[in-house]
Design a protein around this ligand. Structure first.
Ligand SMILES: Cc1ncc(COP(=O)(O)O)c(C=O)c1O
Length: 381
């Protein structure tokens, strides 16, 4: 194989973690095999459901009756009652006609874009959409046009510029941006889409389970105006896999045409059963999202008052913008030495000079942890 030529500052080392003793801890197995319990301030397991005993039990029990893996695609041996049940329950919860499961959000996003766009399409997308959506655009053969982050004027200008009789337009946004923690003005975006009669795809990966009415996502009240939404089960749901939600006719079209749906081993029954249990828990604990957002506001305020770098984020995702890559890495290492795991996010994931520490606030973090974090942060120079 050719030697990979990657600039030194783009090389990332894979780190290995196992669970720590406390529900909010991870243990870093460093190269010297020293085990370090670190407070998890960066996973997307926002509600702590990945280690919820009932969720794990549901996964275990179904594995005994269905096997661990599905053994085939949905059209061969892979379709199990748990898939249909989870799809139905998710559709009900989201007030959508059809839900289709996928093995990952990355794959669901590719399928979503390929289902809505082709060589005759123009995908007009927010500058900060996830890599999986960009891969989907490439795979669909459509033309990529970006608009400035959350900028409605720029979005409208781009639609006006590229609107033509022989091209179809697909707008793609996230509801909660994974690296900015910013929220899309979805109502206004959907109104623009209606005005110009263009399609709208919303990636709800980080919002579902936390944001929107009872955690049902930021597009919940707009389900009539959104062509398709994607969600993942690997974040707030603490499981794995993902889904597309849409109208029945679009769902049927995907079942018949989407390679990403048809030619892949179906989601493991264990993950589907775990996700279904998580869904039940989210439904039974409607206050979780609101409480988490209020805790996150507190973290943001304390960090803002005690640390001399800008902090962004309107949700459970907060970003402390450090700027320089080297300094951000130093801060990550310093936090790690002091018991906190929060990863430095650097270009190309974020723009140059906008390197940051991305924090995710979890349901199980308490005020003592916040106090301790602030005193550690204050001592960083
Ligand atoms: C916005 C967004 N969409 C999609 C995905 C992909 O989801 P999954 O991890 O289920 O593949 C991610 C994952 O990081 C994401 O942040």
């Amino acid at each position: 194989m050719n030697k990979i030529k990657i600039p030194k500052n783009r090389i990332r080392n894979l780190k290995t973690f196992t669970l720590g003793q406390k529900p909010y801890e991870l243990q870093y197995l460093n190269p010297e095999k020293i085990k370090n319990n670190l407070i998890d301030l960066c996973s997307n397991d926002y509600l702590g459901l990945s280690r919820d005993k009932d969720v794990i039990k549901a996964s275990y029990e179904i594995s005994l009756s269905e096997g661990l893996g599905s053994g085939g695609s949905r059209f061969i041996t892979g379709s199990r009652p748990i898939h249909t049940l989870l799809e139905t329950k998710l559709a009900e919860w989201l007030n959508q006609e059809k839900v289709l499961l996928f093995p990952s959000g990355f794959q669901a996003n590719i399928a979503a874009v390929q289902g809505l766009a082709n060589r005759n399409s123009i995908a007009i997308v927010d500058k900060f959409i996830h890599n999986s959506l960009l891969v989907g655009i490439k795979a669909s053969g459509s033309k990529l046009v970006r608009f400035a982050h959350n900028d409605l004027k720029d979005l409208e200008n781009k639609i006006l510029k590229f609107n033509s009789a022989n091209k179809s337009i697909l707008i793609i946004v996230e509801s909660l941006y994974s690296m900015e923690g910013s929220i899309a003005p979805l109502k206004e975006i959907s109104e623009i889409c209606k005005k110009y009669n263009v399609q709208l795809l919303v990636d709800e990966a980080h919002a579902l389970g936390v944001l929107g009415p009872e955690g049902r996502g930021l597009s919940f009240d707009l389900s009539e105006d959104i062509t398709m939404l994607t969600g993942t089960l690997g974040k707030s749901f603490g499981s794995g896999g993902a889904f597309i939600a849409c109208k029945s006719n679009i769902g049927e079209y995907l079942i018949q045409t989407s390679g990403a749906f048809r030619y892949t081993t179906a989601l493991s029954p264990a993950l589907a059963a775990g996700a279904l249990k998580s869904l039940q828990k989210i439904k039974n604990n409607k206050e979780w999202g609101i409480k988490l957002l209020s805790a996150s506001k507190k973290w943001k305020k304390e960090i803002h008052q005690n640390f001399n770098y800008p902090i962004k984020g309107e949700s459970q995702i907060l970003s402390i913008i450090i700027g320089q890559e080297e300094k951000t890495i130093l801060l990550q290492k310093y936090l790690e030495k002091n018991g906190f795991l929060a990863i430095a996010i650097r270009p190309p994931t974020v723009p140059v000079n906008e390197s940051r520490i991305r924090l995710t606030i979890r349901r199980d973090l308490n005020l003592d942890i916040l106090k301790n974090f602030i005193s550690v942060l204050k001592a960083f120079t």
